[in-house]
Ligand binder design. Structure first.
Ligand code: PMP
Length: 430
């Protein structure tokens, strides 16, 4: 059945649909951290719709609020609703300390890219600048502004001209750079400083620095300590907002509400989407310091800026994470998973790094010569699929195993999944 549905999709759907052909699964239903395919096979879901389903598939606690809401009404534009105000208050409650009690939220449409566009406009509007600093390896979305910030030609190659005034600095990926943590941080910060200060390479009129506090698509790259703090200082020195894209890393994924909290650095602006709409409803938001709240009414407009069902689901999902202490669970389980992967890596030179925070986890594969090995990650993905475990990949060469399981993943299921993944690593690197 799955194969038939896949064939039909290929026949009638857009050629742009992105689908790993080696893992022919058509979804029938999902529950918590498992999914069933159209043929009745059950899988452990270790990617959760690319980091969306933090409270699991079809979380009943969230859906209860959704049903109550859909029985009442579904769409209102910006008119006040309890759903909207509750989520604004909930987001303030979990905001990073430096933004708590002094932030504003502008809700976006369904995708993270939408929140990125809003934050670009907000930064430009407040600074009257045009130039944006972003990072190599970054992924910020598929709309024109977000593509401009994305640091990967694969996603933007044929669409020039994009925003004209964007400069990409290196992100401290220690493995790729072959540098130690401090050396990598120093090098990257020097480059960012030069963008502001060097008349040869600089931006004439900078408007902001955009960065993922942990790079997701770029390969689950956790920057060494000092990098985000250094960016904070550069942003302050040059009077531009520091914007953290927490679309993939936020809402508990890293074992804290926001990945920035691992580094103790507060942004001026942060974007959220993916897990924001609860158990998979589309919603995005840009959360920013109240000093930047200078837009006039209607200056950033849109029909779906905040969808009432997504907002209800989002508030409930945050409550669910709080009530079940899922941040602590994500930290503990993440440590267990990285431990299991690190054990394999110790004796296997084909894995050169195991990294991440909470349940945002990456493992980097190289071939026998030490070159990035995307084929090994492909083979592992297929091996796991055939044994009932869904995993994802990331990175410039597709050579990073990326795990983004729902935060509700139990220890037992994690153990089963890791048995498959670690056996798979041995099999594909033998
Ligand atoms: N920023 C980051 C860090 C992301 O990971 C993504 C999506 N992978 C986006 C922005 C874009 O979000 P969306 O695909 O919902 O537009």
């Amino acid at each position: 059945k799955s194969t038939r549905l896949l064939e039909k999709q290929q026949r009638i759907d857009s050629s742009a649909v992105s689908y790993p052909e080696d893992i022919p699964i058509a979804f029938d239903s999902g529950k918590g951290a498992t999914v069933r395919d159209a043929d009745g096979n059950t899988f452990i879901d270790m990617f959760a719709g690319i980091g969306v389903l933090n409270v699991g598939h079809s979380n009943p606690y969230v859906l209860e609020a959704v049903h109550e809401q859909t029985d009442k009404f579904v769409h209102t534009v910006d008119f006040p609703t309890e759903a909207r105000l509750d989520l604004i208050e909930k987001l303030d409650e979990i905001a990073p300390a430096g933004l708590r009690g002094n932030n504003r939220v502008v809700f976006g449409g369904p995708t993270g890219s939408d929140a990125i566009e809003a934050s670009i406009k907000l930064a430009k509007y407040n600074t009257e600048g045009t130039g944006l600093v972003a990072f190599r390896g970054a992924y910020h979305g598929a709309t024109s502004g977000a593509m401009s910030l994305t640091g990967n030609k694969k996603f933007k190659g044929d669409y020039s001209p994009l925003l004209p005034d964007v400069v990409h600095a290196p992100y401290p990926n220690t493995v790729e750079m072959g540098k130690g943590p401090q050396e990598a941080v120093d090098h990257c910060l020097e480059e960012v400083k030069a963008i502001f200060e060097d008349p040869y390479g600089g931006l004439a009129n900078p408007a902001g620095i955009f960065v993922e506090p942990i790079q997701g698509e770029g390969g689950v790259v956790t920057p060494p300590k000092g990098f985000l703090k250094g960016l904070r200082d550069i942003a302050d020195d040059n009077d531009v907002p520091l914007v953290f894209d927490e679309i993939q890393s936020g809402l508990g994924r890293s074992g804290k509400w926001w990945a920035s909290e691992w580094y103790g650095v507060t942004p001026d602006v942060m974007t959220s989407a993916k897990a924001l709409g609860g158990t998979g409803f589309p919603l995005s938001a840009t959360i920013y310091h109240e000093d930047l709240d200078t837009w006039g009414s209607g200056d950033h407009a849109g029909t779906y800026r905040g969808h009432v069902v997504g907002m209800r689901a989002g508030t409930r999902a945050i409550e669910y994470i709080q009530e079940h202490d899922l941040l602590a669970h994500a930290r503990d389980l993440g440590q267990y998973i990285r431990g299991r992967l690190s054990e394999v890596a110790e004796d296997n030179p084909r894995i050169v790094d195991v990294r991440g925070k909470g349940l945002f986890i990456g493992a980097e594969f190289v071939d026998a010569e030490g070159n990035p090995d995307g084929e090994a990650a492909d083979a592992l993905q297929q091996y796991c699929f055939e044994r009932g475990v869904l995993v994802w990949k990331a990175g410039r060469h597709g050579n990073i195993l990326r795990l983004l399981p729902p935060l509700v993943l139990t220890h037992d299921l994690a153990e089963t999944a890791l048995d498959v993944i670690t056996d798979g690593i041995e099999a594909v690197t033998a």
